[in-house]
Design a protein around this ligand. Structure first.
Ligand code: HEM
Ligand code: HEM
Length: 150
């Protein structure tokens, strides 16, 4: 006989949101695909970061209104140091969905997954739009040759 899984609650309050955020970073920081972006590139100060991210999600999920906006900017800064690729966003979303599903179930849990997908898609699209061409590391000159126009 299979033991039924205990019913998971939906996200109820800010404490739940913080629990979700912390559980996510426990995975993300040691993740073989994206962990280095937080640890080595951004040198993330988790204790400073968790309240901001918690406010972001509490604003979206609970209408708390505590997040001041401007979420894209730090990702553009990070992207200038180490390119954020579609595969990084896909991995971020996989970890986020897994963490949400492990802890919570219900309309807010669904919204958390759904909105993350929209934001990830928007960030990725904006980064692709602003991506400058890679600088040749050696000062290599690139010239373009084409036949003369008639
Ligand atoms: C309860 C409703 C919603 C709330 C409270 C909410 C809240 C937020 C917040 C706080 C941000 C971060 C904005 C910033 O950093 O400046 C954001 C970003 C975003 N939201 Fe929502 N949102 C909601 C519904 C939606 C819906 C319905 C859509 C799409 C149909 C959506 C699409 C997006 C996208 C694409 C971004 C990223 C924008 C960017 O920086 O490129 N959101 N949302
Ligand atoms: C590969 C994907 C991602 C990486 C590597 C990444 C990494 C980071 C880093 C390093 C910061 C700056 C922390 C700091 O120094 O304060 C940050 C901030 C933030 N990230 Fe991400 N992130 C990713 C995707 C996302 C997605 C998909 C979302 C939303 C669904 C998100 C939401 C936020 C928010 C709200 C902040 C705080 C911005 C602020 O200071 O107001 N991130 N992220």
């Amino acid at each position: 006989m299979t033991v039924p899984e205990p019913a998971r609650p939906d996200i109820r309050d800010r404490d739940d949101v913080e629990r979700l955020v912390r559980a996510f970073y426990e995975r993300a920081l040691v993740d073989p695909v994206i962990g280095f972006l937080f640890v080595d590139v951004a040198r993330l100060d988790l204790d400073a970061h968790v309240p901001v991210i918690t406010s972001f999600w509490a604003t979206i999920l609970l209408g708390e209104g505590s997040y001041r906006g401007g979420a894209f900017r730090p990702h553009a800064a990070l992207n200038a140091q180490a390119r954020l690729r579609p595969g990084h966003f896909a991995r971020w979303l996989l970890l986020w969905r897994a963490t949400v599903d492990e802890l919570f179930a219900g309309p807010r849990a669904e919204q958390a997954k759904h909105h993350a997908e929209r934001v990830a898609r928007a960030f990725d699209g904006r980064l692709r739009g602003i991506e400058p061409p890679l600088e040749p590391a050696t000062g290599l000159q690139i010239s373009l040759h084409r036949p003369p126009r008639d």
